[in-house]
Design a protein around this ligand. Structure first.
Ligand SMILES: Cc1cc2nc3c(=O)[nH]c(=O)nc-3n(C[C@H](O)[C@H](O)[C@H](O)COP(=O)(O)OP(=O)(O)OC[C@H]3O[C@@H](n4cnc5c(N)ncnc54)[C@H](O)[C@@H]3O)c2cc1C
Length: 475
C-alpha cells in the first residue's frame, strides 16, 4: 500500500513538472509571437497589406549607393510587384519611420509579410532574399542569369582575378589588353567588404595620379571597372571560397558553388577592418547598437547626432573617421593604446586643429557598456594599470585591417599577419607556381591605391609571361 502511494506521488510530481515545462515553453513561444506581431498595423505609407521589403539607407552611405542598392534591384527583378512591394527609405529624412522600425545603422532591410508580421531586421540582403522567397512562396524569376551565361564548365580560363579593388581592376585592364580574357570575381560583398574594395568607404581621394582636384573613392573605382570592362573583362559577382591548387588547371569554387578552371590566378583580395575582439563589441555591432567600423556609413545616423562618440586607433583611418564624425557628433574621443599617433603628419595636424576632438593616449577599451545601445566604454590605462569609464553613445573601431587570405591559407605561404608572401622582390609570384598576388593582400607597408594598382599591373604582366613560358594549352 505504502509502495503504491509512493508511486502515485512520484507520478503526480512528474506530471506537475511536465505541465510546468510545457506551460513555460508556451508562454515563451507566445511571447515571441507577440513580439513579432506587435505592430500588425503599420503606417499606410510603408505597408498596404502586401508583403513589403523596406530598405533604409542614407545619402552618405556609400555601401548603400554602390553595392546594396544593386542587390535591391536584383530582388526587384526577381519578385513581381504583385507579390512584393519594395520601398527605399532615407533613414535621415524619415526619422520617425527609422525609429519605428528600430533602424540604428544603414543599410537595414525590414520585411513585413501580408499579415503585418515583421520578419527581418538586418543588413544582409542574401538573407533578405531568402526570407522574401519564404514569405511570398516564390523563388522568383530572375536568378543570376548573367553569371550562368558567362560560365562554361568545359572551359579553362587563362587567368582568373580574385578581388575588385585598384589591384584587381588594374590587373584586369592589363590582362584584357594582353588578350587573356580575364574573369574577375568582384566579391559577394557584405557590410565590411564590398566590390570596389576599401576606397568604396572613403570620400575624396586626393593622391591618385590623374585627378588633380581629387575624386571620390567610389567614383574612382567605377572608372577602374569601366576601363577593365571596356577591354573585355568579364565579371562574376561572387566570392572565391576555395582553390584546389593540387590540380592543373587550378579549380576555383565560388560562393554560389560554381566551379571554374584556370591556368593562372591573381589574388587581389585586399584587407578588411580589424575589431577589438570584445564580446559586447561584436554583439552591439551585429545588432546595430552603436558599434561600427565605418564612420562614413554609420556616422550620420540619428543615434550619433550631437552625441559623444569614441574612435579607437591612432592611424590615418582613425583620424579620418574622427574628422568625419565631428560633422555629426558633439565630441569625439580618440582612444589610442600607444603614447603617440601613428597617422601621417597632415592628418595629425588636421585632427589636432579640430576643437571637437580629444585625445587619450596609452589607453585601450576593455569592454563596451550597454544592453541594446552603447552607453559607455570601460577604459584601461596601460601606463598606470588603472580603469575608468567613459560615457559615449557610439564606438568606431579603426585599428587596422586583416588581409583577406582565409581561403588560401592552406595552399600558400602567408606571413605571421596573414599577408601573402611574395617569393622574389619586384615580382608577384606566390609560393604556388601559377598563382600571383597583388595589392594590400601582399603589402602591410604602403597600403595605397596607387601601389595596389602598380602591383596589379605587375601581376598581370607576370601572368602573361608565365603563361608563355609554361606553354600551357590555351582554350
Ligand atoms: C577609409 C580609407 C581611406 C583610404 N584613402 C586612400 C587614399 O586617399 N589614397 C590611397 O591611395 N589609398 C587610400 N586608402 C587605401 C586603399 O583603399 C587601399 O590601399 C586599396 O584599396 C587596396 O587595394 P586592393 O585592390 O589591394 O584591395 P581592396 O581595395 O581592399 O579590394 C579588395 C577586394 O577584394 C574583394 N574580395 C575579398 N575577398 C574576396 C574573395 N574571397 N573573393 C572575391 N573577392 C574578394 C573585396 O570585396 C574587395 O572588393 C584608403 C583606405 C581606407 C580604408
Amino acid at each position: 500500500m505504502l509502495f503504491d502511494m509512493t508511486r502515485l506521488l512520484i507520478a503526480i510530481g512528474l506530471l506537475i513538472i511536465f505541465t510546468t515545462v510545457i506551460g513555460l515553453w508556451n508562454w515563451a513561444h507566445l511571447r515571441i509571437v507577440r513580439i513579432r506581431s506587435r505592430h500588425r498595423k503599420w503606417p499606410m505609407e510603408v505597408w498596404n497589406g502586401k508583403a513589403t521589403l523596406l530598405y533604409f539607407s542614407t545619402k552618405n552611405c556609400v555601401v548603400c549607393k554602390y553595392q546594396q542598392a544593386k542587390e535591391i534591384e536584383k530582388i526587384r527583378e526577381t519578385f513581381s510587384p504583385d507579390l512584393l512591394d519594395i520601398k527605399k527609405l532615407d533613414a535621415l529624412e524619415q526619422p520617425e519611420l527609422a525609429k519605428l522600425f528600430g533602424v540604428m545603422n544603414v543599410p537595414t532591410t525590414v520585411i513585413i509579410d501580408g499579415q503585418g508580421n515583421l520578419h527581418a531586421f538586418n543588413a544582409n540582403l542574401a538573407k533578405a532574399k531568402e526570407l522574401t522567397q519564404q514569405i511570398t512562396g516564390s523563388i522568383g524569376a530572375c536568378e543570376p542569369v548573367r553569371q550562368k551565361a558567362i560560365l562554361d564548365p568545359d572551359k579553362t580560363e587563362q587567368v582568373v582575378i580574385v578581388g575588385s579593388g585598384p589591384a584587381g581592376w588594374t590587373a584586369a585592364i592589363y590582362a584584357a589588353r594582353a588578350q587573356l580574357a580575364p574573369l574577375v570575381f568582384v566579391g559577394a560583398g557584405d557590410k565590411f567588404m564590398i566590390p570596389g574594395g576599401q576606397l568604396m568607404w572613403t570620400t575624396e581621394v586626393e593622391n591618385f595620379p590623374g585627378w588633380p582636384e581629387g575624386i571620390e573613392g567610389p567614383a574612382l573605382m567605377e572608372k577602374h571597372q569601366e576601363q577593365a570592362l571596356h577591354w573585355g573583362t568579364r565579371v562574376m559577382e561572387t566570392d572565391i571560397v576555395n582553390i584546389d591548387a593540387s590540380k592543373r588547371p587550378f579549380e576555383l569554387t565560388d560562393s554560389d558553388h560554381n566551379l571554374v578552371k584556370a591556368q593562372a590566378i591573381i589574388i587581389a583580395t585586399g584587407a578588411r577592418a580589424r575589431w577589438l575582439g570584445l564580446e559586447n563589441e561584436e554583439r552591439l555591432a551585429r545588432s546595430g547598437g552603436g558599434v561600427s567600423a565605418c564612420a562614413t556609413c554609420d556616422g550620420p545616423m540619428p543615434i550619433f547626432r550631437n552625441q559623444v562618440v569614441a574612435v579607437i586607433g591612432g592611424g590615418d583611418t582613425a583620424l579620418e573617421e574622427a574628422l568625419q564624425l565631428t560633422n555629426f557628433a558633439s565630441r569625439v574621443h580618440i582612444i589610442n593604446i600607444t603614447p603617440e599617433l601613428t597617422a601621417s603628419q597632415v592628418m595629425c595636424d588636421r585632427a589636432r586643429d579640430n576643437q571637437k576632438i580629444e585625445f587619450h593616449f596609452n589607453k585601450t577599451v576593455v569592454d563596451v557598456i550597454g544592453e541594446d545601445k552603447v552607453d559607455g566604454l570601460r577604459i584601461h590605462d596601460v601606463s598606470d594599470n588603472t580603469e575608468s569609464t567613459m560615457p559615449v553613445k557610439g564606438m568606431f573601431v579603426a585599428i587596422g585591417h586583416i588581409p583577406n587570405t582565409d581561403f588560401v591559407k592552406d595552399i600558400m605561404e602567408l606571413d605571421e599577419h596573414g599577408y601573402i608572401v611574395i617569393k622574389k622582390a619586384f615580382r608577384t609570384n606566390t609560393s604556388v607556381d601559377g598563382i600571383f598576388a597583388a595589392g594590400d593582400v601582399i603589402d602591410s607597408n604602403y597600403r595605397q591605391a596607387i601601389t595596389s594598382a602598380g602591383t596589379g599591373c605587375m601581376a598581370a604582366m607576370d601572368v602573361e609571361r608565365w603563361l608563355q613560358r609554361s606553354h600551357v594549352a590555351l582554350v
